[in-house]
Design a protein around this ligand. Structure first.
Ligand SMILES: NC(=O)c1ccc[n+]([C@@H]2O[C@H](COP(=O)([O-])OP(=O)(O)OC[C@H]3O[C@@H](n4cnc5c(N)ncnc54)[C@H](O)[C@@H]3O)[C@@H](O)[C@H]2O)c1
Ligand SMILES: [Zn+2]
Length: 349
C-alpha cells in the first residue's frame, strides 16, 4: 500500500511504510540522502534475527552498517546508555548526514529517537518497530525519551524520516505482546476509526495485523499532523491514559493493561457526562481481548495523587478524554465526585 504520511503544514516529515518482509528491503527504503556515509543500527537482544535481515539489506545497498545492541526494554532508556552510545557514534565518526536506525520495541525506538534528536543536535532517524505497541504508538508521532526517575521525563520531539513496519515480524509476536499492543490499537479505533473497532469485534485478538496497523497508524498520523506541536487535538490520543498511567505506576502492571483499565474508567465518565451509550459493548470488547477491565486492589488516594501529578491536567483540573460515540472523542473536566465514581467502576474505592 501507499505510505502513510505525517505532515507539518505542507511538508512531509515522516513516511510510514507498512509491508510484509520490509526488513529485507531496509537498504533501498532509506530516505534519499546523498551525503550519507554511515548507518548505525540500534537494536535489542530479542530481535537479533530481524536486525541481521536489516544489516544484510543495508550491506547489499552499499553501506557498512554498525550494529549496537542496547540493553533490553526500559533499561535502555537511561542517560548512561545514551552517553555510551553517543561516545561510540563519535568514535565511528558519525556525522551530520549519517543515519541512525532504531529497530526493536518502543523502548529501543524511544532511545534511538532521542539519540538521533540530540547527537550533533540532530541527525537522520529511521525507525523499524518490532512490537505492535511500537508500530501503532511509540514509533509514530515524534516523541522520544528516556526515564529519569519519572518515565519519559527527559525527551525531545523528533520525527523519524521513515518508519518501516514489517507485518511478518508482528505476526510472529508472542500473544502477550499482541495483547499489549491491541489495547493501544483498540484505543485508536475508539477515538478515530469505528471500522477498526469492528475488526476487533469480529476477530478478537486474531484481528489481521496488517489492517489493524494500517488503520491505527492512519488515525495517529492524522491526529499528529493536525496538531503538530501538541496543543490541542492530540490530547485525544490520551484516551484511557488519565487513569491508566496512575494505575500503571501504582500497580506496576504493563502499559497496555493499564490503558485497558483506564479506558473502562473513561467509558464510565463518558456515559455520565456526555451520554455515551455504548459502554457495555466498549467494556466487553476490552475484555474479549483478554485485557483487564478492573484494577488490582489499590488505595484510591494513591491513584488520585498520581493522577494529580500527571501531565494530563490543566487550569480547569484533570482532563479526561471521553467518547460521545465510537469515533467521536471529546475532552471534559469531571468533578471530584465523577472521578471517584469512575474509579469505583474499576474497583478502586
Ligand atoms: N514515544 C511514544 O510516543 C511512546 C508511546 C507509547 C509507548 N512508548 C514507550 O514504549 C515502550 C513500551 O513499548 P514496547 O512494549 O514495545 O517496549 P519494549 O521495547 O520494552 O518491548 C517489549 C519487549 O518485547 C521485546 N521484543 C521486541 N520486539 C520483539 C519481537 N519482534 N519478538 C519478541 N520480542 C520482542 C523487547 O526486547 C522487550 O523485551 C515504553 O518504554 C514506553 O514508554 C513510547
Ligand atoms: Zn499509551
Amino acid at each position: 500500500m501507499a505510505p502513510i504520511m505525517i505532515t507539518e503544514g505542507d511538508a512531509v516529515v515522516s513516511e510510514i511504510h507498512i509491508e510484509r518482509g520490509i526488513l529485507t528491503r531496509v537498504g533501498s527504503l532509506l530516505p534519499p540522502n546523498p551525503g550519507r556515509r554511515r548507518v548505525v543500527l540500534l537494536t535489542q537482544p530479542t530481535v537479533m534475527t530481524q536486525a541481521e535481515q536489516a544489516e544484510r539489506s543495508l550491506s547489499s545497498a552499499g553501506y557498512r552498517p554498525t550494529t549496537i545492541t542496547l540493553p533490553d526494554g526500559d533499561a535502555a532508556k537511561s542517560f548512561s546508555v545514551v552517553e555510551s552510545v553517543a561516545r561510540e557514534l563519535n568514535e565511528l565518526m558519525m556525522g551530520r548526514s549519517d543515519t541512525i536506525i532504531g529497530l526493536g520495541g518502543g523502548a529501543a525506538t524511544d532511545v534511538a529517537g532521542f539519540i538521533a534528536a540530540t547527537y550533533l543536535r540532530g541527525i537522520e532517524c529511521v525507525l523499524a518497530p518490532t512490537t505492535l505497541l511500537g508500530a501503532v504508538d511509540a514509533s509514530v508521532g515524534g516523541k522520544t525519551g528516556i526515564n529519569v526517575g519519572g518515565k519519559n521525563l527527559v525527551g525531545a520531539f523528533r520525527h523519524p524520516a521513515r518508519i518501516l513496519i514489517d507485518v511478518d515480524v508482528l505476526e510472529g509476536l508472542p500473544a502477550s505482546l499482541i495483547r499489549q499492543g491491541s489495547a493501544e490499537a483498540l484505543k485508536t479505533g475508539f477515538i478515530g476509526d469505528p471500522k477498526l473497532v469492528d475488526l476487533y469485534r469480529e476477530h478478537g485478538l486474531a484481528a489481521p495485523l496488517g489492517e489493524v496497523v494500517e488503520r491505527a497508524v492512519a488515525v495517529k498520523a492524522g491526529v499528529v499532523s493536525q496538531d503538530f506541536r501538541e496543543g490541542g487535538v492530540r490530547a485525544v490520543l490520551n484516551y484511557g491514559h488519565t487513569v491508566g498511567h496512575g494505575v500503571e505506576i501504582a500497580a506496576g502492571i504493563s502499559h497496555g493493561e493499564a490503558v485497558a483499565i483506564g479506558m473502562v474508567a473513561a467509558g464510565y465518565v463518558g456515559e455520565r457526562m456526555v451520554g455515551f451509550e455504548g459502554r457495555t459493548e466498549h467494556d466487553g470488547l476490552i475484555a474479549s481481548l483478554g485485557l483487564p477491565t478492573s484494577s488490582p486492589g489499590l488505595e484510591r488516594r494513591t491513584v488520585e495523587n498520581l493522577m494529580a501529578l500527571d501531565k494530563k491536567r490543566d487550569a480547569e483540573g484533570i482532563r479526561f478524554v471521553v467518547l460521545r460515540d465510537i469515533g467521536e472523542p471529546m475532552v471534559v473536566h469531571p468533578d471530584d465526585a465523577t472521578v471517584r465514581a469512575a474509579l469505583a467502576a474499576i474497583g478502586i474505592d
